[in-house]
Design a protein around this ligand. Structure first.
Ligand code: NAD
Ligand code: MG
Length: 380
């Protein structure tokens, strides 16, 4: 899959999408999956404030969503809700591999997919892109770095690209040594310095697994080879992504760390609607600091690169092992450093064979989860 093709398609919106917000008065009907989460709640705020957006359907995993939208669903197969709703846009803000069927549903049908659920694209990369190819719809990233990169890359072919740079805040444990991470508690790991997010992604930010997942996500979204994607630590989270071009120019996307910006961009694309987020203040001083990530202390980033380069179902196994290990860490059953040990051991033991279909992928996910669970049992 090639990014130039993706970027070209994104520039020429699918029928109906460009007209939806604002111009003709036609309202975009949104199906919001993961409506009770961090992204979900911010998305509701954006939808409520925009006359061109309407919440047609809402779903959660376990919490009640009654009255939130005309159609609602708690748990179960989210594609049933999507079938009933027939939305213009699916905003997939479910956490984890559980978001996969909805991602494939939207891509297969050419329904615009605003994707926060990075795990589905990481796990199903090739299958998801093949589904998008058949469906011919838009895939708009909600992840802040990818929304930023999408905006920097737009209109330009991959041949003009030198490198794509994803920024990482470094999380709450930036600057620590491995010895200093031996005893860290879930509470300490959940105290993110710049972003307020759901628990799973907050732990992923502390281990740098989030940037690992984002590396793989960027590879599939933009078709950029892994060797041309760089990760840098940028503690203030003001630069979300940066793209270097072959002529020596580098374009960056800046803004305060606030997910309402990329959520609004994806929901109102190709328009750019107003949000309550403050404009960047330069008069009171802004220092931009960047560092190389500490891969020895935070091995989840290096492991993601290995899994991405291995291809096949290795990224699916990386994601599955991480999900199981993060849940165990949050439940107090695994030490913080054990998360990377579990992922490394799982990756070493899976075959990584490519998935031909969703069934293969579900099997690869389950096999990796079983290995990860066995490791956790052995480590604790
Ligand atoms: P969260 O834990 O706050 O919310 C997750 C939502 O998913 C909840 O509504 C929950 O009910 C729902 N859910 C979980 N399992 C489900 C299932 N099986 N079926 C249906 N719904 C289910 O998570 P979040 O922080 O909002 O993150 C959501 C996704 O967005 C994740 O993939 C995350 O990586 C991504 N993301 C989040 C942020 C952020 O700032 N929170 C930023 C970038 C990307
Ligand atoms: Mg991100």
């Amino acid at each position: 899959m090639n990014a130039a093709r993706h970027v070209r398609r994104a520039r020429a919106p699918a029928a109906g999408v460009g007209r939806a917000a604002g111009h003709t008065g036609r309202v975009k009907r949104i199906a919001l999956l993961g409506a009770t989460g961090s992204i979900g709640r911010q998305a509701i705020e954006i939808i409520d404030a925009h006359p061109g957006l309407e919440l047609a359907a809402a779903a959660s995993g376990t919490q009640a969503v009654d009255g939130l939208a005309p159609l609602t669903q708690v748990g179960g197969d989210l594609t049933e809700l999507l079938e009933r709703a027939q939305p213009d846009v699916v905003l997939n803000a479910v956490v984890g591999f559980a978001g996969l069927p909805a991602t494939l549903w939207a891509l297969e049908r050419g329904v615009t997919l605003a994707l926060a659920n990075k795990e589905s694209l990481v796990a199903a990369g090739e299958l998801a892109l093949a589904a998008q190819e058949r469906g011919g719809g838009l895939l708009l990233p909600v992840d802040s770095e990818h929304s930023a990169a999408f905006q920097c890359l737009e209109h330009r072919g991959l041949d003009q690209l030198h490198t794509l740079v994803l920024t990482a805040s470094g999380g709450p444990f930036r600057g620590r040594t491995r010895d200093e991470l031996v005893d860290v508690s879930p509470e300490q790991a959940l105290a993110h310095p710049t972003w307020r997010m759901g628990p799973k992604i907050t732990i992923d930010s502390a281990t740098l697994a989030n940037k690992g997942l984002e590396l793989i996500e960027a590879h599939f979204l933009f078709g950029v080879p892994y060797e041309s994607i760089e990760v840098v630590v940028h503690p203030s989270s003001v630069v979300h992504a940066l793209v270097r071009f072959r002529d020596g120019a580098a374009l960056a996307h800046l803004g305060y760390p606030d997910m309402r910006v990329p959520i609004s961009f994806a929901l109102t694309y190709p328009e750019r609607a107003a949000t309550p987020v403050a404009p960047l203040d330069l008069q009171s001083g802004l220092t931009l600091e960047f560092h190389a990530p500490d891969l020895a202390t935070f091995p989840m980033l290096a492991l993601a690169r290995e899994a991405g380069l291995a291809g096949g179902t290795a990224p699916c196994a990386y994601n599955a092992a991480n999900e199981v290990a993060v849940a165990a860490f949050l439940a107090g059953r695994l030490p913080f450093l054990g998360i990377a040990d579990v992922a490394a051991e799982t990756l070493a033991r899976v075959d990584g064979a490519p998935a031909r279909d969703l069934g293969d992928l579900v099997e690869a996910d389950a096999a990796a989860r079983a290995i990860a669970a066995e490791q956790i049992g052995a480590l604790t």
